[in-house]
Design a protein around this ligand. Structure first.
Ligand SMILES: Nc1nc2c(ncn2[C@@H]2O[C@H](COP(=O)(O)OP(=O)(O)OP(=O)(O)O)[C@@H](O)[C@H]2O)c(=O)[nH]1
Ligand SMILES: [Mg+2]
Length: 258
C-alpha cells in the first residue's frame, strides 16, 4: 500500500497537523476500531430505537446483497450480524456499538433488506415506510453504505432510496455504494460495474467489495473511521490530539538536513 507521508522521492513529509490527522487512520487502526463492535440493541419499529448522540452508519440495500456479511467482515467477527443464504434474514434494525475500552464513539446499523419477492405485499410496504422514515428522521445518522450486487445493478427500490436520502446527502450525510460479491466478477466486469455505478451514484463514493476475498475491506474501514472522526476545528499543533493515531511513518527517512 502506498504511504501518503512518503512521496516518490522517498523524502518524508512532516506529519500533518493533529486536526487533519484525527480524520485519518491507517488500515490497522481502522480495522482494530471496527473489531471493537458489539451488539447494542435491536428494534422492530423506529420508535424502539434509542435516541443516540453518536454518529450512526446504516447499511442498506436489497435483501441478500450482503449487508450482514459485510458488517461481520468489517468487524472481523463471524456472527455479529445474522447472515444467511435465505433472503429476508434481517428483519429488525440491529445496532452495534464501536469504540475502544467500551467507550462508544460510533454505531453501525444493519437494516433489513428490501425487494425480497416472497415477502407479503403489506410487509414490504410497511418496511419500505420504516426504512424511508429511518433515513429521513434518524438525527444521528452520519453515513449510509448502500450495498448493491453489481450483477443486478441498481434496482428501482435502490433508486427510490437514493431519492429519499438525496436531500440529506446534499446537507452533508456521507454516502458510499459498495458493489458486493466482487469475487464473482472478472477484473473487466468489476471495472465496468464501477464506472456505471459511479455515474448513478450522483457524486457519492463507489467501491468494489468482497467478503470472500476481502476486497475493499481496509479502504471501507478507513472511510467509516473518517466519517465518524471528523477533524476537530479547534485542534491546533500545540494541543496534541491524544486520540489520533500516530502520524509517524516508521519507514520514512528522517528529513534531510538543509
Ligand atoms: N460470493 C460471495 N457471497 C457473499 C458475499 N457477501 C455475502 N455473500 C453471501 O450472500 C448471502 C446473503 O448475505 P447476507 O449478508 O445475509 O445478506 P443481507 O444483505 O444481510 O440480506 P438480508 O438480511 O436478507 O437483507 C449469503 O449466502 C452470503 O454468504 C461475498 O462477498 N461474496
Ligand atoms: Mg442481513
Amino acid at each position: 500500500m502506498t504511504n501518503q507521508n512518503t512521496p516518490a522521492s522517498g523524502r518524508a513529509i512532516p506529519p500533518a497537523a493533529p486536526s487533519a490527522a484525527s480524520a485519518q487512520a491507517d488500515a490497522k487502526t481502522a480495522l482494530g476500531w471496527m473489531h471493537t463492535a458489539r451488539f447494542l440493541t435491536t428494534a422492530a419499529q423506529l420508535h424502539h430505537l434509542p435516541a443516540l448522540d453518536l454518529p450512526e452508519i446504516a447499511f442498506v440495500g436489497r435483501s441478500n446483497a450482503g449487508k450482514s456479511t459485510c458488517i461481520n467482515t468489517l468487524t472481523q467477527q463471524k456472527q455479529l450480524a445474522f447472515a444467511s443464504k435465505k433472503p429476508g434474514r434481517t428483519q429488525h434494525i440491529n445496532l452495534f456499538s464501536l469504540g475502544r475500552q467500551n467507550v462508544t464513539d460510533a454505531v453501525l446499523a444493519d437494516l433489513p433488506g428490501y425487494g425480497y419477492a416472497a415477502v407479503p405485499k403489506e410487509d414490504k410496504i410497511r418496511w419500505q415506510r420504516v426504512m424511508a422514515n429511518y433515513l429521513v428522521t434518524r438525527e444521528n445518522l452520519a453515513g449510509v453504505v448502500m450495498m448493491c450486487d453489481p450483477r443486478l445493478g441498481l434496482t428501482e427500490l435502490d433508486e427510490t432510496l437514493l431519492e429519499v436520502i438525496r436531500p440529506r446527502v446534499e446537507e452533508g450525510l456521507k454516502f458510499l455504494v459498495l458493489l458486493t460479491k466482487a469475487d464473482k466478477l472478472t477484473r473487466s466486469e468489476g471495472a465496468k460495474a464501477l464506472s456505471i455505478a459511479r455515474l448513478n451514484a450522483g457524486g457519492g463514493e463507489v467501491k468494489l467489495f468482497s467478503a470472500l476475498k476481502r476486497v475493499g475491506l481496509e479502504e471501507t474501514a478507513q472511510l467509516l473511521w473518517q466519517w465518524t472522526h471528523p477533524p476537530q476545528a479547534d485542534a491546533s499543533p500545540d494541543r496534541p490530539d491524544t486520540d489520533a493515531p500516530a502520524a509517524v511513518d516508521p519507514q520514512a527517512e528522517p528529513p534531510a538536513a538543509d
